[in-house]
Design a protein around this ligand. Structure first.
Ligand code: ZN
Length: 319
């Protein structure tokens, strides 16, 4: 899927965005020069070259010729065509491409720095894990120290955001039979007071994921508009949070929304996306359900409707 997207030149590298008339700089976020095309990012960039050479393949990408990603990929296929373990090698190449893409996104969206050696370490872990899962011995797998799963902390109630930031809970409502949806979001201060809340009905929406994604996009727009520039975003959809964080491939139906979200995020001082259990997202859930039933579209200020305050009160008791 990922490689297919590279071949079709639809990955959100900067040159592709500019072709779609999106206003971004053209430079490669890793090395700072040249236009960021797929070919540059994956094969020509200095960081990519160091990375590939440090992988178990010891690949010298200067030997990978091609005008576009597809021809580079074909060049690689040809290069390894005579090798017995070609499947295994291509698997490493695919993981490698994915590592570069994830690393690049961490630089662009989380302002991290990228060390090719760290990339190689992640790649080794990934390939070992893959082989472990596909071999009878499981030796490689047991050598791995897996980080604890921190995506969903074991808590049962809403929690206040860090001082100086706001917390935005988002949720979507959706009914498969009618394809009707609703979005809801609630923004609260570090003291747990209501700052803004709102939502709208979506007349037609293909999947629940679309509603979840639209809730986050709407909320980010409202935060920017009101000057809330440090935001902890919470959703009970693990899928959407993983996609936003680049931990999993984005679903086609929400690619456009995810792109908008990534563009919006750059205008904030600090944004963190977190997956939380349903119980902790009750207020946003109620708001989404309200707009699903009542229709329309509204943004409430601190006063908000009375029923919302009773929902919010439940959250602060244990927070
Ligand atoms: Zn570069």
């Amino acid at each position: 899927m990922f490689i297919w997207r590279c071949c079709r030149n639809v990955l959100a590298v900067r040159e592709n965005l500019r072709r779609r008339r999106v206003d971004v700089e053209a430079d490669c976020p890793l090395c700072g020069d040249n236009g960021e095309t797929e070919v540059h990012l994956f094969f020509r960039c200095e960081i990519a070259r160091l990375f590939w050479f440090a992988t178990p393949l010891q690949l010298d990408v200067l030997g990978v010729d091609g005008e576009d990603f597809l021809s580079c990929w074909e060049c690689l296929l040809q290069k390894f065509a005579q090798v017995d373990q070609i499947d295994e090698i291509l698997q490493i190449v695919a993981f490698g491409l994915w590592r570069i893409w994830k690393g690049r996104n961490a630089v662009v969206f989380e302002r991290q720095t990228l060390d090719p050696i760290d990339l190689v370490r992640c790649l080794r872990m990934q390939t070992n894990e893959y082989r472990g899962a596909h071999s009878a011995t499981m030796v490689l797998r047991s050598e791995l120290v897996r980080p604890p799963d921190v995506t969903c902390p074991p808590r049962r109630t809403w929690q206040k955001p860090l001082p100086g930031s706001v917390k935005a809970n988002c949720d979507g409502a959706w009914v498969a039979q009618t394809k009707r949806g609703g979005v809801g979001w609630v923004i609260r201060s570090e003291w747990g007071e209501l700052l803004r809340a709102g939502g709208r009905r979506i007349a037609w929406c293909g999947t629940a994921l679309v509603a979840e994604a639209e809730a986050i996009r709407d909320m980010l727009g409202i935060c920017l508009h009101n000057g809330f520039l440090s935001v902890e975003v919470e959703s009970d959809s693990q899928e959407i949070i993983r996609m936003i964080r680049g931990d999993s491939l984005s679903a086609t139906e929400i690619e456009g929304i995810l792109f908008d979200i990534q563009v919006l995020v750059r205008r904030f001082q600090w944004v963190e996306f977190r997956h939380i259990p349903r119980l902790c997202n009750n207020a946003a859930h109620e708001v989404a359900a309200y707009f699903f039933r009542a229709g329309g579209s509204e943004v409430w200020d601190q006063s908000g409707p009375a029923w919302l305050h009773s929902v919010l009160a439940l959250d602060v008791i244990d927070a």
